[in-house]
Design a protein around this ligand. Structure first.
Ligand SMILES: [Zn+2]
Length: 159
């Protein structure tokens, strides 16, 4: 279950996704929280410059590898506006981070982008559990997923 504190972290992820959109990037945002509930790092998508690996979840995994002990990583949770893509899920698994809580799923995103006529991504949108079996994963959260959907709509249908 996602409690009130966790919803606050997810709302921050949606805010970061909105910031990314305002900056001309794809609307994704993520927050890394330690086992004792401290926000350690946050980021948003930065792919507009041309490097399509600049996903926030990937940046947070690398930040965790550089700054946290293995035990601290295992106890930490990554909150994110959209479920990790396979690249980010693999990075998360390789550095040994803990639970993931997402506002919207890859399955939802795929359906929304398809509706908007966006061509499919070059990477298959596999669920996190297909990439990192055994990881504790929570989501989607319906109200927030709807907000994320609106951000994607604004990206492709600005009006
Ligand atoms: Zn990713």
């Amino acid at each position: 279950m996602v409690d009130e504190t966790e919803l606050r972290h997810l709302r921050r992820c949606v805010e970061l996704a909105a910031e990314a959109l305002e900056a001309g990037d794809e609307p994704f945002g993520s927050v890394l929280v330690s086992g004792d509930g401290t926000v350690l790092a946050e980021d948003r998508n930065r792919t507009a410059g041309g490097d399509r690996t600049r996903h926030p979840e990937f940046e947070l995994a690398r930040w965790a590898a550089a700054h946290l002990t293995p035990a601290e990583r295992a106890a930490a949770t990554v909150f994110t506006s959209g479920e990790h893509c396979p690249m980010c899920a693999a990075a998360h698994g390789w550095v040994g981070l803990g639970r993931i809580v997402y506002a919207s799923s890859s399955e939802q995103l795929t359906a929304w982008l398809d509706e908007l006529g966006v061509p499919p991504s070059p990477v298959r949108p596999l669920p996190i559990r297909e990439i990192v079996p055994g990881l504790e994963v929570e989501g989607p959260v319906p109200d927030l997923a709807e907000q994320v959907r609106e951000l994607h709509r604004r990206r492709y249908r600005p009006s």
